[in-house]
Design a protein around this ligand. Structure first.
Ligand SMILES: [Zn+2]
Length: 411
C-alpha cells in the first residue's frame, strides 16, 4: 500500500498541533471514555491545513482526479472501529458454558461482521491505515511532534481505520468456535484453518476476520483506495497468528526452542503476505498487561519481551493498543506519566484505547497521539445502537436468535 501513500498526504500543522475533533477521555477505565464533544479549551476547533508537500509529483493533490475520480481533502474525524476475532461457529461460542456471556459481550459473529463490513462500505467509508493518519515531524521549537495528516480521499468518501485485537488464537478461543490460525494457501492468499463443530478440519476464507476482509476488498476494491486493510494488535504470550512463537521463562529446553523455531519459520510467510496485502501490526503488550497499575519494572520487561518475540517477527511499529483499554499511569490525557514516557521512548507514537467515540488528541509535551476506538461487539449491539448508527443499525446486524437471551435496549 505504500505506493499509494502520497495520496494520503501530509501535512503540516506545525504551529497548531491541534486536537483532532478533541473530546476528553475520562481518566482510566476500559470502556467508558470520551465525555463530551467539545474541543479542548484554547485549541482551534479544527486543524488548520497548512502547506502540504507532495513527495510523488505524479500523484495529483486535492481536487484533482485519480483514475477519473476526484480526490478531496478530509479534515473531519477519522473513525476507528476495532474487533476481536470473530465467532465462526456461534453454536460453540454460545453453548451456555462459563465463557458464553464474555464472548457475547466482546465479540461479533461472522454473519454480523459480514453485515457490518457491507454497511460501512455502503455508507461511504473507505479504509485508511492508522499509521497514515498521523506523522512525526519537527515542531516550530525544534522538538519532535506528531501531526495529523490531511487525507485526500475519493470525493464523498469518509476515512475509517480498522484494528483487530488479540489476533493470537488463544486456547480458549479454539474451544469456542473460532478459527485456529492464519495460513498461506496454495493460491498464495491468506486463509484460516480450524475445525467445525464435528471436529473436521476446515480451511476457509469465510470464517475469520482477516480473510473475510481480504475477500471483501477484492470484491469491492474501492473500499480500500490506498490498499489499507487493518492493524493487527498482537500480544505474545500465546504466540501470534496461531503459531507458538512464545517462550516460557519457567522451563525451556532445547527441544522446545527447536519447536519454536519451526513455528517461527511457518509464520514468516503469513506475516509477509499480510504485509503485502495492506495489513499492519501493533503491540497489545506481550502479556496483555494492565498498563494503569503494573509496576515500571513489569512494563519494561513485558515491552522487551514483546520486541524480542513479536516485534522481531512483524517488524517495527509505532502503534500500541492498551490491553483492557487501560491507560498508562491511569491517565494518558491530562498527564504524561512515567509508564507513558517509557513506552514512548521505545518507539510508540500512537496510543489507542477504547471509548465511546473516535476521539484523538495530539499530546503537546511529548511526541505522541492518543486515540480511542469504537467497539462493534455484543455490548454495543445491545446497548449503544444510537452511537453506532453512522456505521450500521444494530437492528439489522445483531443475530438475536443465536446469541444468549440477554437484555437488548432497542427491542
Ligand atoms: Zn485484548
Amino acid at each position: 500500500m505504500r505506493r499509494f501513500l502520497p495520496l494520503l498526504l501530509a501535512l503540516v500543522m506545525l504551529t497548531s498541533l491541534a486536537a483532532c475533533g478533541a473530546a476528553s477521555p475520562a481518566s482510566g477505565g476500559s470502556s467508558g471514555s470520551s465525555a463530551s464533544s467539545s474541543a479542548d479549551p484554547g485549541e482551534p476547533a479544527a486543524p488548520q491545513v497548512e502547506p502540504y508537500t507532495i513527495s510523488d509529483p505524479t500523484v495529483k493533490p486535492a481536487g484533482d482526479m485519480v483514475d477519473g475520480v476526484p480526490y478531496t481533502a478530509w479534515d473531519g474525524v477519522v473513525e476507528h472501529l476495532f474487533f476481536h476475532p470473530v465467532i465462526a461457529y456461534p453454536e460453540l461460542a454460545f453453548d451456555g458454558d462459563s465463557e458464553s456471556d464474555g464472548l457475547d459481550d466482546y465479540m461479533v459473529t461472522v454473519d454480523e461482521y459480514d453485515k457490518i463490513l457491507q454497511t460501512v462500505y455502503d455508507k461511504g467509508y473507505v479504509l485508511v491505515d492508522i499509521s497514515d493518519v498521523w506523522s512525526e515531524t519537527t515542531s516550530a521549537d525544534g522538538q519532535p511532534a506528531m501531526v495529523r495528516n490531511t487525507l485526500y480521499l475519493p470525493e464523498g468518501k469518509k476515512p475509517l481505520i480498522l484494528s483487530f485485537d488479540d489476533v493470537n488464537y488463544y486456547p480458549y478461543m479454539l474451544d469456542n468456535g473460532f478459527t485456529y490460525k492464519l495460513i498461506v494457501g496454495d493460491d498464495g492468499l491468506i486463509w484460516s484453518e480450524g475445525k467445525d463443530p464435528q471436529g473436521d478440519e476446515v480451511i476457509s476464507q469465510d470464517l475469520d476476520a482477516v480473510p473475510i476482509l481480504d475477500k471483501f476488498v477484492r470484491e469491492h476494491p474501492d473500499f480500500s483506495p490506498f490498499g489499507a486493510k487493518g492493524c493487527l494488535s498482537l500480544t505474545g504470550y500465546c504466540g501470534i497468528l496461531g503459531y507458538h512463537t512464545q517462550t516460557d521463562t519457567k522451563s525451556w529446553s532445547a527441544a522446545q526452542e527447536t519447536a519454536r523455531q519451526k513455528e517461527i519459520e511457518e509464520v514468516k510467510p503469513v506475516i509477509a503476505e499480510l504485509k503485502r496485502t495492506g495489513w499492519t501490526f501493533g503491540s497489545h503488550t506481550w502479556g496483555h498487561i494492565r498498563l494503569g497499575t503494573k509496576s515500571m519494572e513489569t512494563v519494561q520487561a513485558d515491552t522487551k519481551r514483546w520486541f524480542d518475540e513479536v516485534g522481531s517477527l512483524v517488524g517495527p511499529t509505532t502503534v500500541l493498543f492498551y490491553p483492557h483499554g487501560e491507560r498508562p499511569d491511569g491517565d494518558d490525557w491530562k498527564k504524561t506519566g512515567p509508564v507513558f514516557k517509557y513506552l514512548q521512548s521505545q518507539g510508540f507514537r500512537i496510543f489507542a484505547s477504547v471509548g465511546i467515540e473516535s476521539f484523538s488528541y495530539i499530546k503537546k509535551d511529548i511526541c505522541a497521539v492518543i486515540c480511542d476506538r469504537l467497539h462493534p461487539d455484543g455490548t454495543t449491539l445491545r446497548h449503544s445502537r444510537d452511537r453506532y448508527l453512522q456505521f450500521y443499525d444494530a437492528k439489522d446486524i445483531m443475530d438475536v436468535n443465536i446469541r444468549p437471551q440477554r437484555e437488548i435496549d432497542w427491542k
